[in-house]
Write a protein that binds this ligand. Structure first.
Ligand SMILES: NC(=O)C1=CN([C@@H]2O[C@H](COP(=O)(O)OP(=O)(O)OC[C@H]3O[C@@H](n4cnc5c(N)ncnc54)[C@H](O)[C@@H]3O)[C@@H](O)[C@H]2O)C=CC1
Ligand SMILES: O=P(O)(O)OC[C@H]1O[C@](O)(CO)[C@@H](O)[C@@H]1O
Length: 387
């Protein structure tokens, strides 16, 4: 079996590539990072370090790599003969890789029409569906028809914390022990792709929301509040009792939504939250706040980790969720100059105010009670943390 995986970064090497190789796939990584591509080609293997109580090492073997910019034709051929195409490139890169995936599919259809599955492993709802929409715009009419018959685009929820890191060996990657990969079976063509350790579910909705509105919501709170208090890592921020209490409050709020909406068992969900908080405090990991806080405009989106649970909480319980509101206010104060979205967000706030940013990026009506609450919280935080 062959898998073509776009994005040989943290989650690509540290999770998806490692699971696919363990499942018996020859993994071909596709990336634009020249050094990583060269080393993967030269070495054909890399190390995954599991940062638990004991440090364990696993070797991922039998891998190769291609550069999507300079070896486009080879990428197309690789897709033509693949059984699986996966991605972990970041939501904003999906439209960038869509043309070469479409070209690979067109090439494939001229040779054979065997089933293929595509899975986008990005932190977003409907990630693979979004990728499909981009791919389809680059296909011929015949290609579009064949995609419906032969290519299963499967949404998924992917969960493993893999921090940014600098290692002596640039291919080695340190990951947390926990992982979860839930894949929706709805659009499979024939049998589900054999992936060891993945969890196949008929309806991904409850799983992606549980993950995004717990792990990513809590993480976002820790990162944005931690940034205001000038901590460097999530682990440092979580030692601050005020921040930890806000994280817990926000997760009680998103948890109330998840339990009511999806019928998750309340006790089980409480223990899911406890496990999640334990993962944020893992002393064997050091996760930079600016990584977890990256791309604040995306994270302020109406379907993303803060605004979606806050809006749903208000709709279900007719109360403003104070923890989530703190997270949104702290996000609006995130002004890291190295983050292009943070800079753009600050510009919008300067020009249109907090209200303007919430209308533009979060899709909120300016009369929504959340807007009022976020504005108040933002003003207080700005005063408290002004540097
Ligand atoms: N790091 C983590 O713990 C987790 C990340 N994710 C998601 O996985 C995705 C990737 O995140 P990370 O691995 O952390 O980021 P990363 O920045 O470490 O990796 C992204 C990789 O994509 C590559 N890339 C960029 N443009 C490309 C292109 N045109 N063609 C091919 N490759 C390209 C980059 O060079 C980089 O190696 C994001 O959507 C993230 O939300 C999901 C769960 C966990
Ligand atoms: O990858 P994103 O969506 O930018 O957000 C960072 C988040 O994603 C993760 O990397 C993995 O879920 C978390 O560590 C963090 O909550």
């Amino acid at each position: 079996m062959r898998a073509v995986h776009f994005g040989a970064g943290n989650i690509g090497r540290g999770f998806i590539g490692s699971l696919l190789a363990a499942s018996g796939y020859d993994v071909v990584f596709v990336d634009v990072n020249e050094q990583i591509v060269r080393l993967l080609k030269e070495q054909g293997e890399y190390r995954v370090i599991i940062a638990g109580e004991r440090q364990e090492e696993q070797w991922v073997r039998g891998v190769s790599a291609l550069n999507s910019q300079t070896e486009r034709d080879d990428v197309i051929e690789a897709i033509a003969s693949a059984d699986l195409v996966t991605t972990a490139v970041g939501p904003h890169i999906l439209p960038v890789i869509a043309p070469v995936i479409a070209a690979g599919l067109e090439r494939r259809f001229t040779v054979h029409q065997k089933p293929l599955h595509v899975i986008a492993c990005e932190n977003m709802i409907g990630g693979t569906e979004t990728l499909k929409q981009h791919v389809v715009t680059h296909l011929s009419e015949a290609g579009r028809q064949l995609v419906e018959e032969c290519v299963g685009f499967l949404n998924c929820a992917v969960d493993r914390i893999v921090p940014n890191q600098t290692n002596d060996d640039p291919l080695a990657v340190t990951v947390e022990p926990f992982f979860e990969w839930a894949i929706e079976t709805k659009n499979t063509i024939g049998a589900v792709p054999p992936i060891q350790g993945a969890h196949f579910v008929a309806d991904l909705g409850p799983y992606i929301e549980r993950k995004l509105f717990t792990v990513n919501t809590g993480h976002a709170l820790a990162a944005y509040l931690g940034y205001q208090k000038q901590y460097r890592t999530v682990q440092e921020a979580m030692k601050d009792s005020g921040i930890r209490e806000s994280v817990e409050q926000a997760l009680r709020e998103s948890g109330a939504v998840l339990v009511k909406k999806h019928g998750w068992d309340e006790q089980e969900h409480r223990s899911y939250i406890e496990t999640t908080i334990g993962r944020f405090t893992n002393p064997s990991l050091s996760d930079d706040i600016v990584r977890v806080a990256r791309s604040p405009i995306r994270k302020l989106g109406p379907n993303d980790r803060l605004v979606a649970p806050a809006v749903q909480y208000y709709t279900l319980f007719e109360r403003v969720p104070s923890g989530l509101v703190k997270g949104i206010a702290a996000l609006l104060l995130f002004d890291e100059t190295g983050d292009a979205e943070a800079t753009a967000l600050q510009k919008t706030i300067e020009q249109s105010g907090v209200e303007g940013a919430l209308v533009q990026y979060a899709g909120l009506d300016n009369s929504h009670p959340l807007v009022v609450a976020v504005k108040e919280e933002y003003a207080q935080m700005k005063q408290m943390y002004s540097r």
